[in-house]
Design a protein around this ligand. Structure first.
Ligand code: HEC
Length: 142
């Protein structure tokens, strides 16, 4: 299989394995999990492989999962995207942003797991997995 073939198969798998639901490869899209449009410039192949196989091993900076509970018993799970003027902004994995008053927060816990699910590539063949990594490595800022 040519390297070019791998990349297009990988692109298809990126959609089929639901990676697109959490990762944008275009800055114009809604950003949910980490932006991967420059994955090929920012990351080594080893890092890409590890990130996909063991999401919890290295959690990307800014994407630590935090759980907030407020005095009126609401709970929010997501990434903290902003914290200023007594307001905390939480973005969940669907891209939904909530603003919570810092004074309303009763507890705040940093969760040790990643919001990226494990086992997404479990059903892939070795060739498919290699193609997916090839695709990610091909994503470079133009
Ligand atoms: C439910 C949402 C979700 C899905 C689906 C998902 N991811 Fe992720 N991914 C995340 C989150 C959140 C992070 C950041 C936390 C972490 O590093 O584990 C992440 C991190 C990554 C990273 C590391 C990025 C960095 O900045 O370090 C890579 C690479 C990646 N994902 C690739 C994939 C691929 C490939 C798929 C499809 C097989 C996929 N993800 C599916 C949510 C998701």
């Amino acid at each position: 299989m040519s390297a070019k073939g791998d990349v297009s198969l990988g692109k298809e798998l990126f959609t089929r394995a639901a990676c697109v639901t959490c990762h944008a490869v275009d800055l114009k899209e809604v950003q949910k999990g980490p932006y991967l449009g420059s994955a090929g410039t920012k990351f080594t192949r080893d890092y890409l492989i590890q990130s996909v196989l063991e999401p919890g091993a290295v959690v990307a900076p800014g994407f630590q999962t935090v759980m907030l509970k407020t005095r009126n018993r609401k709970s929010y799970t997501g990434f903290i995207t902003q914290e200023q003027d007594g307001m905390v902004e939480v973005r969940d994995i669907a891209g939904m942003v909530s603003k919570v008053k810092a004074s309303e927060i009763k507890s705040r816990k940093q969760l040790s797991f990643s919001m990226m699910p494990v086992g997404l590539v479990g059903g892939m063949t070795t060739e498919e997995f290699a193609a997916l990594i090839e695709y990610l490595a091909s994503l470079k800022e133009k």
